[in-house]
Design a protein around this ligand. Structure first.
Ligand SMILES: [Zn+2]
Length: 340
């Protein structure tokens, strides 16, 4: 099959399209013909070099396609079914996994990160990862959803315990996680303030449900939040931008507010004033992907049409270098998808 592999870390030029042997499914696995694989920011980090990534590696986490072959031990799935894949790898037998906390498994990693992913034509994958999709979703839409919606769900519901009437500040409302977080927060009856970098993106964030928007290049986020909340601040901040917005995010919290972070696109360092942490009784929570139970829960809302996919642009797999450059340029609103 054709596959994109990286043999060394670096710029887009290390993404090489080449012929590799077709994967052979084990008896407990399913062979899936990949129709679409969405990009995530983590793909850029993997390409540039991340601890735990061995080489060569096929990147790509968010996969949708059609079942080709089903292993002897697999029940409930059959060839030609349209499916998406849970974008994660876990052992499925440790205490954490059987307790439903797959994202705390010692083997836990994202597809295309610690194990091979979907920037290729075929993948052999454990049956537990394979989830049938309704006809209402095309493959590009299906591939655009799992990682970011699972991440947003775990941040807001699993970690942040969002409740009706709360105010949620979503940083980077035009990013994959931001688009998902706006919709999930609205689903739970929260008021949403979203930030984005230009007027077009701010307008699109509004159409997704954001009640108020802030231009994070032209306005000081915490000042705007104070204005919009009668000087109170927000209950929950959804942070994934990192260094560039950390201080503003922290200052936007109301007393006893919660900051949840799942990423650090602009840099890994952020400081906090410990006096604010204790005297204002703030909570700082880390969040990483989510559990299989949460994935099934959020997919239920997606399949029912209550949460909507936003696909920005589709590239052929062989143009993956251009797709990576496009993603790095942050011009998109929604997901960038590759088609093999
Ligand atoms: Zn495990």
């Amino acid at each position: 099959m054709k596959a994109v592999r990286i043999h060394e870390f670096g710029g887009p030029e290390v993404l090489r399209c080449e012929d590799v042997p077709d994967p052979k499914p084990r008896l407990d696995q399913v062979l899936v013909r990949i129709k679409a694989c969405a990009l995530n920011h983590v793909d850029l980090w993997v390409r540039k070099g991340l601890p735990g990534v061995s080489l060569p590696r096929i990147p790509g986490a968010d996969i949708a396609g059609e079942i080709v072959e089903v292993g002897e031990f697999v029940t409930g799935l059959k060839p030609r079914q349209r499916v998406l894949l849970a974008p994660m790898h876990f052992c499925n037998h440790c205490a954490k996994c059987v307790g439903g906390l797959q994202n705390q498994c010692r083997e836990f990693t994202v597809l295309g990160n610690g194990v091979d992913g979907g920037d290729c034509e075929l993948i052999a994958i454990p049956a537990v990862n394979v989830i049938p999709i309704p006809d209402s979703l095309d493959f590009n839409q299906a591939a655009s959803m799992p990682l970011v919606f699972l991440t947003a769900w775990h941040m807001l519901v699993g970690r942040g315990n969002v409740r009706p009437g709360q105010t949620v500040l979503v940083l980077g409302g035009s990013s994959g996680v931001g688009i998902a977080a706006i919709q999930v927060a609205k689903l739970f009856g929260a008021r949403v303030i979203a930030t984005a970098g230009d007027e077009t993106k701010l307008e699109k964030a509004r159409t997704l449900g954001a009640d108020d928007v802030i231009n994070h290049y032209q306005q000081k986020i915490s000042d705007q939040v104070r204005k919009l909340t009668n000087k109170e601040g927000v209950d929950i901040v959804i942070e994934h931008v990192g260094s560039a917005t950390w201080e503003e995010s922290w200052k936007s919290l109301k007393p006893a507010g919660t900051l949840v972070t799942c990423g650090a696109t602009t840099g890994f360092n952020g400081s906090i004033d410990l006096r604010h942490l204790f005297s204002r009784q703030l909570s700082l929570l880390g969040s990483y992907m989510g559990t299989m139970g949460e994935l099934h829960e959020v997919l239920g809302h997606i399949f029912a049409g209550r949460l909507k996919p936003v696909v920005d642009r589709v590239f052929p797999l062989k143009e993956i270098r251009a797709a990576h450059e496009y993603l790095a340029g942050s011009k998109m609103f929604g997901k960038v998808v590759l088609n093999p």
